[in-house]
Design a protein around this ligand. Sequence first.
Ligand code: ARG
Length: 278
Amino acid sequence: MSQPQTARQATPRHYLMCRPTHFDVNYAINPWMDPGKPVDTDLAIEQWEALRRLYLEHGHTVDLVEPVEGLPDMVFAANGATVVDDRVLIAKFRHPERAAEAPAYQKWYTEQGYPEIFSAEYVNEAEGDYIVVGRTVLAGTGFRTDPRAHAEAEQALGVPVVSLTLVDPRYYHLDVALAALSDTEVMYYPGAFAEESLAVLRELYPDAILVDEADAEVFGLNAVSDGLHVFLPETATGLAAQLRAHGFEPIGVDLSELLKAGGSVKCTTQEIRHLAAS
Ligand code: ARG
């Protein structure tokens, strides 16, 4: 097994999260959601609080956006906006059930005084489908984000966008099929992608960590990396071992309640990427 040449280092991150105060599953917009199954909102809050504490303990900043009643999926903050170099591209949701989340994020960024806030013409579910890897955005399409949104993202964010097509409805967002581990490294589940997108991934990331179905279906790829620590569902044990072999420190998290809505660690975590001081 190959060992990394240099020791990995964590860099402090700025995250935006939303407490699952109004979390519930009362509609189904992905194959994981079953409105007939009971949801324990208090447990969801407890598990989410534990993740937030973990981020703080690891030196990260966590800002909070106010949860809105009647928006049970708003805990999935990754879907609210994509931020690169302090430029904010607000989401536009595919389903009417989530549409009102976009203005809530728009309001938050406006109040914080971000000067460049773009509202979207085409459907894009933000970091659900846009994974920032260094200075590149990998952009998913197939289920949620409109392929025409990819050019719009490139214009708004000012970095190149690479389109990838998802083919398995269980992996309806890119962030459940692929994760950024560092500015140059990714991990992904090949079964989620169209053949031509796999060719693109192999070309760009020949050394990517390939994740098997057992780890992908417990949302192992819905992970957040700070360059060293990788926060991921604790049930993705095979993937944790792969990450360790590559010099990362996997940190297992239990978000079992949020899983009932088809989301886990990365879905709850929007990253605010600032313009590097020069
Ligand atoms: N129930 C939500 C939906 O289907 C889950 C969103 C998960 N978020 C994510 N970034 N994958 O839209």
